[in-house]
Design a protein around this ligand. Structure first.
Ligand SMILES: [Zn+2]
Length: 73
């Protein structure tokens, strides 16, 4: 089981790039769905959390930083 902790402001590096060529998505809102915006083309989308988490390659913590270290690495 893989635990991914995503917070608002984090940048997600995806396994598959968006059609625009960028594979980085910035998190705007978290909940049962995640609202993210593509850093390449600025398009925002709402994706079911479970689905999105499966395609995350790496999480880059945002400016706010991490309040609770749920997951190291
Ligand atoms: Zn894009």
């Amino acid at each position: 089981m893989r635990i991914v902790s995503v917070s608002v402001g984090d940048v997600l590096e995806m396994k598959k790039p968006h059609p625009c060529g960028s594979n980085r998505l910035k998190v705007l809102r978290v909940g049962s769905d995640l609202r993210v915006v593509c850093e390449g083309c600025g398009r925002d989308m709402t994706v079911p959390r479970e689905k999105l988490e499966r395609s995350i390659k790496k999480v880059h913590p945002g400016d706010a930083g991490r309040v609770s270290g749920t997951n190291g690495n």
